[in-house]
Structures are given as C-alpha cells and as structure tokens.
Design a protein around this ligand. Structure first.
Ligand code: SAM
Ligand code: SF4
Length: 451
C-alpha cells in the first residue's frame, strides 16, 4: 500500500450515558462505511469523533479539556479531522460559544442530525469546516446503519427524547420530545443482531417504560418486552432507564414471567423527601416509589435493583437528605449512581432559591457513597457460596489473566478460565466479593450454551 493509499483510521470517544455510547457507535459505523478503520490510538487517527454529554457541568469540563488536548495532534497531522457531536453541541446557543472556544474542530453536529454524518464528513473533507445543529429531530433515525452488528452485547434504541421535564435535567432540551420507534423496526433490528451473533440486548430510552404512548395503536413497553422475549437465539434482555411513575403491574408481571428478561431493574428515585421530589417534578412520592419496590420484590424474588440519586438539590435540608439515606438503607440496592446536583442553565432548578454550597454537597455525597458501599458489599457477600449463570464477555480489564462477565442481575464477576469460554453462558460459583465485584470459579461441567 503506497503512502497515498494509507489506511485511514477513526477514533471515537463517547462521554455520558448508554444513549451517547450507542450514538458514538453509529458515528463509527458511518465513518467505517466512508473508508475509516476503527482504532483506539489517537496518535494515528485521521478522524477523531467526540460524542458529548452535558448532563452535569463536570462532564462538560472534562470534554472541553479533551477537545483542547487534540489541538496538539492537529499540529502534527494537519490532515486530521476532528468532529464533535451530541448533547453538549445541541444546547440552545452553545454552538457559537463552542466554536470560539475550539476553532480547531472541523465538524460540529447536534443530537438530531447524527444520521447526516456521512454528508457532513464529505463536506469537511472537500470544503473544510462544517457546523450543523437542527432545532428538532426530523425522523426517528431508522436509516442509521446497524452499528452493533457482530457484538455479543448490543444496545437497541426503542425511543428517543423525553417528555418528563424533571426540573434539574437538560435531556428533554437537547434530545427533544419522546418518540417511540415502531415495534416491527425494533424486533427486526434485534433479529438481525441475533443472526450476527448477538446474545444480549439492552433496550434503550430515557424513559423506556413510557414506550408506545405516542404510537397510533395501543402497544406498550410490556408488549414490546414480551415480543422480544420470543426472539429465538436471544439469551438475555435488559432495559434502561425505567421511570417509577410508569412502572405498571402489567410490566412487573411481564418481567417476572419472561424467560430471557433479566432480573435487574434500574429505577432511579433521585431523592428520598417528598418535598424535593415535588420540586424536582418527578411525579411520584416516596411512598409510591416504595410500594413499587415492594411489588417488584414480591413478584421477582432475588431481583437486583439499582438507582440514580442526586444530593444537594436546591433547598435540600439535612432532614431531606436523611430521608434519602434512609431510603437507600431500606431498599438495599445492589448498586447506585450518585451525583451532586449540577446547575444546568435553561432548566427551572437553576433559577431556584437556596442553592446548596459545594462543600455541603460534597459532604452529603461522601456520606451517601459510604452508606451505599456498605449496602453493595452486603448484597454481594450474600451471593458468596452460591452459583450463578454468567455470560462471559472477555478478559478482565483489571486482571487480563482472568475472565469477566455478568450475572442476570448485572453484577460483575471475575474468574479464571480459558478464552474459549468467551461468548458462552457458564455457571460460576461465587467465592469472594467486594462492593463492586464478585470473584468465583467456573463450573465448566455446567457449561450452558454456546454461540
Ligand atoms: N432518564 C433517566 C432517568 O430519568 O432516570 C436518566 C437520564 S440522566 C442522563 C441520568 C441521571 O443523571 C439522572 O437519573 C440523574 O440522577 C442525573 N442527573 C440529571 N441531571 C442532573 C443534574 N443537573 N445534576 C446532577 N445529576 C443529574
Ligand atoms: Fe431527565 Fe427526568 Fe427525562 Fe430522565 S426522566 S431524562 S432525568 S427529564
């Protein structure tokens, strides 16, 4: 291969939620179709794509730092193209500010036009810099290529956007109103994935369990889960994120009955005090949330529950915060994602009085993490001595001589084993645990399924 024909490389970096990761995969796939080979090495890249997040200020600062670092690479390789896409770019009025701050970026795209990336890339290659951010989505991205093909585990979007308008959250402002994909499109996509070797899908939406409310027919998330459960060759179904207000009995019963639907529900509660929940516009009370948890635990014994929690929302008193700690102790989550409230301009909470000082927010976060860590440890220690079904994903990042995989409850497990187990369902006996990881041994005679 001559220098002129040198293979072009693309490196994609995703910040934020699974939705952002899924979009980043789509952008990589579009670039591959344009002749770029995916790579991890920034130094050899001809195209670097950064798919951004703006849910918290800390994420934005990290991304701006990363974009700044890339300037140096461009000085070494003037042909390098840098593309920045996603939520941060989509924020009202952000584009001009970002362009001034990072003039070395070649392509700017919002959340609503990532499926136009092929054209944007061609324009940047031929004419130079391009920036395009649509105010509104024009379609539900059905034409986006199947980025997840060939992977053991895949994300599948079932809906886009969010109608909930929690007062702290920027997502509805950058991802638009909720749009559900047609069930047939989703089922066909999953069947294609299964044909290509995929064994686990995670159905993605900002609010998966309000799926279908905007469809012309009567069809809800429980109906979709049941249809996905019937797809032959699929071993595991996960879904995220569920909103407590839309968690119907029908849905809990469907999860309980489903053969391949994993016994794991991510159910953010955000705050334990009714006054804070009201100010957050979460549309449920602490009592309602706990009644849903009780119903889940009754119908799905051993279910693994995870959650998102925000500390230091405007006006949060010590008593309000104590109610959050109390709820965490009561539910016994296997894991929690804990955040300090971050002021997002354009959201109602940013204008609320009684913003909480940073040192108090930090202290509350620390106390919450301590409580949750002890809960996570107790949850995992209770698994020691028992045997679980694990989907083997590959070598452990922390210890490449060990394999890693997840239980149906989504707990991470590390164990010794041959590479030939990767992609299989195996039985692993748990022997030790810390707050984040289980350690075990594989019972190879109880090898369950092969790809
Ligand atoms: N739609 C999902 C839901 O309602 O649970 C999750 C969306 S959001 C990307 C993920 C989490 O980020 C939220 O559950 C919330 O805990 C957190 N979050 C959102 N906005 C935040 C803010 N302004 N400050 C701190 N955390 C925030
Ligand atoms: Fe944000 Fe609330 Fe929608 Fe989740 S449900 S994306 S937190 S507005």
């Amino acid at each position: 291969m001559s220098i002129a024909e040198k293979e072009k490389k693309v490196v994609t970096l995703a910040f934020g939620c699974q939705m952002s990761e899924r979009d980043a995969d789509t952008l990589t796939e579009i670039s591959s179709q344009q002749g770029y080979t995916p790579s991890q090495d920034l130094a050899e890249a001809d195209l670097i794509i950064i798919n951004t997040c703006c849910v918290r200020e800390s994420a934005e600062n990290k991304i701006l730092g990363k974009i700044g670092e890339l300037k140096r690479l461009k000085e070494h390789n003037p042909n390098l193209k840098i593309a920045v896409s996603g939520c941060m770019v989509q924020q009202p009025g952000a584009l001009e500010r970002l362009r001034k701050r990072a003039p070395h970026v070649d392509i700017w795209a919002g959340t609503h036009n990532i499926h136009e990336f092929k054209r944007l890339l061609e324009e940047a290659e031929q004419k130079g810099k391009v920036a395009e951010v649509w105010d509104k989505p024009k379609e539900t991205h059905e034409s986006v290529p199947l980025a997840e093909k060939g992977k053991l585990k895949a994300f599948v979007n079932i809906s886009y956007g969010c109608d909930n308008f929690c007062t702290y959250c920027i997502v509805p402002h950058v991802r638009g109103r909720e749009r559900s994909r047609e069930p047939e499109e989703i089922i066909n996509e999953i069947k294609e994935l299964v044909k290509s070797g995929c064994r686990e899908v995670t159905l993605l939406g900002q609010n998966v369990n309000s799926y279908g409310q905007d469809l012309e027919r009567t069809y809800d998330f429980a109906d979709l889960l049941q249809a996905v459960d019937e797809i032959e060759g699929l071993w595991r179904i996960r879904f995220t994120t569920s909103h407590p207000k839309d968690l119907s009995d029908k849905l809990i019963e469907t999860i309980a009955k489903g053969e391949h639907i994993c016994e794991h529900i991510h159910l953010p509660f955000q705050a334990g005090s009714n006054e804070i929940l009201r100010r957050m516009n979460r549309k449920y009370t602490r009592e309602y949330y706990l009644s849903r948890i009780a119903r889940i635990q009754e119908l799905i014994p051993g279910v693994s529950l995870t959650t998102d929690i925000i500390v230091g929302f405007p006006g949060e008193t010590e008593e309000d915060f104590e109610q959050t700690l109390e709820l965490v102790r009561q539910v016994r989550y296997s894991q929690a994602f804990t955040f300090m409230y971050s002021k997002r301009s354009g959201t109602p909470a940013a204008q609320m009085p009684d913003q909480i000082p940073l040192d108090i927010k930090k202290h509350r976060l620390q106390r919450l993490i301590e409580v949750q860590n002890s809960q996570s440890l107790a949850w995992r220690q209770a698994m020691v001595g028992k045997t679980y079904e694990i989907l083997v994903e590959g070598p452990s990042k922390a210890n490449p001589n060990r394999l890693t995989g997840r239980t149906r409850g989504n707990e991470l497990v590390v164990f010794p084993g041959e590479d030939s187990l990767i992609g299989h369902l195996v039985q692993v006996k748990i022997e030790d645990a810390n707050s984040y990881t289980l350690f075990g041994t594989c019972e190879e005679d109880k090898f369950l399924k092969e790809c």
